[in-house]
Design a protein around this ligand. Sequence first.
Ligand SMILES: [Fe+2]
Ligand SMILES: [Fe+2]
Ligand SMILES: [Fe+2]
Length: 429
Amino acid sequence: MDPAGPSPSASDSVDLNEVVLALSDALDLVGVDVVQHGKRVAYMAAATGQASGLSRDDLSDLHLAALLHDAGVSSTRELASILGRFEFEEAADHAGRGASLLARFGPFSRLAEIVRLHHASWDGPESRAAEPGVRLLGNAIFLADRVDALLRAEEGRDVLLRSRSIRRAIAGLATTRFSPRLVEAFLDASAPQAFWLTLEPRHLDRHHVELLGASRPRPAPAGALRSLAGIFAVIVDAKSPFTARHSEGVARLASVLGRLAGLPPEECGLLEIAGLLHDIGKLGVPDEILEKPAPLDEAEFARIEHHTFETWQILRRVAPLREVAGWAADHHESIEGHGYPFRHHDGEIPLQARIVAVADVYQALAQKRPYRGSLPAAEIVGVLRKMAGGGKLDPSLVELLARNVPECHAAATGDPAPPVQPVPPGSTS
Ligand SMILES: [Fe+2]
Ligand SMILES: [Fe+2]
Ligand SMILES: [Fe+2]
């Protein structure tokens, strides 16, 4: 998949700045038609922070926390509602959810506290109780986030015309909602037209790359990619109660199948990451489609077909995940070449991607869906064999799984299952 040859392994040096920027693409997908919410907020918060004289390290924390500020929102419906109005107190649960998720990764503990405050009013008890540095950075995200909500309210008018009323609205909220120091800094930073014109998607991406390039690299500790992938798996799976822990189950099963297929431990670790992140592009699929309790129509299925391409685009931005990006993105390709998004054929689909594909189908069938219950192991193996017979899955991997059902079922679901009789090759239907 990568013309430059094999990618470095996931244990090679990783810059957390690069990983966060890639993962923020995934969070921004939740906006569906709200384009780049996280990046817009991060840009405006950083510009405000800079104008208020923050140190280089505080600015870097503010930038990363702002890119990740809505990590607690996986639902397209919920994000639309948060951005659809200026008052939102009851919607602030997602700030706590996002903070708790980010806190699972040690190096992000300060970012987590900043995210926790991103809907807290400056004069409110939660903000007053916080450590002063965290309080200020959380409030800078709050301010930028609400500017973006105001921008959205007047969509369609020229951004420079909208900027005037927004600057007046923010000025009127100093000391209650927002820190007076930040309001002054925002008014300074947002006076030039260039501040608002940078919000165009084609300018914004470049701006973030430059901003992160100028900040100190953040070398990731060992196991960082696995930890961050675990957090993003939770975010993806939180889209629907039916897919809770799907990615985690796919990851465990893919890693077990990799070992059974003779892959070395390092590669099984990467397979686990591919499993955790295979559906990250699904964050952009509207809730109504994923929750539909009936077969999808043509337009809805077309929307689903976007998700693996998005997965590929997000993961390949992280240098040590370039190869993993291909394994994850190919999980709906079929051996016969009728899958998506690349229409890859047999020889073009790496073994690791075939493993993720088998693990994905197994785990999904072992889980309840809105339109059916969970299937028992023997029945799932029957479905997999049928799919292998129809050229959709790799038959040798399906039989490998069939010979190891108890271990594979436990990996996929956390529950034990009885063995299934192997079927000799050639007798699949
Ligand atoms: Fe938020
Ligand atoms: Fe937000
Ligand atoms: Fe998928």
